[in-house]
Design a protein around this ligand. Sequence first.
Ligand code: DX5
Ligand code: ZN
Length: 213
Amino acid sequence: MIKIAPSILSADFANLERDIRKVASADYLHVDVMDGCFVPNLTIGVPVVQSIRKCTDMFLDVHLMIDKPVRYIEAFAKAGADLLSVHLEADHPTRIAEALRLMEQCGVKKAVALRPITDARAILPYVEQLDLVLVMTVEPGFGGQAFMESQLETIRRVRLILEQYNPACELEVDGGISPKTAPLVKEAGANVLVAGSAIYNAADLPAAIAALR
Ligand code: DX5
Ligand code: ZN
């Protein structure tokens, strides 16, 4: 089943509750956390996730684009995240493993994310315990960028690894997803599609969500 995860990075932050309600027909709500260090942009922190949790029952898929994410796992879990994804490039493998252990302890779903430069095989040390793998299809940091077609190969490779070691694990893609690129990523093996601008820039948001499915 294909799941759609609208990214609130493209929402109006002054009207966040209104803009979250507009995407209630989607499956996950994608929340982009950026620290101005791992990526050259600053966005959402723990208090905002806490407030979002109070105004929606949607599944909160929190994408941590921050250095040394192990420092913030408990805080985001307590704030109400349902799933946390940590970037494999954001710390040493032992501390990525520790971040996953904390997620398990806090009862949130566990995910790792890959920048475009990162090889699919980088998930191998963790694959059996993951609930989701996030493959970036743009350089993380900003919404509205062009889809990187070269990432289709990474999606295929991750799908092959998951088939072998963890078939229940979800495969999410993020960046430049539109009605044009959605069929390509689905064909390559993705089953969760994040979309910011393709949904929030549309006149009819439920129709834009349906078009991606
Ligand atoms: C980018 C973020 C994405 C972003 C996607 O670093 O991780 O979630 O919101 O935006 P679009 O769909 O506009 O490429
Ligand atoms: Zn994201």
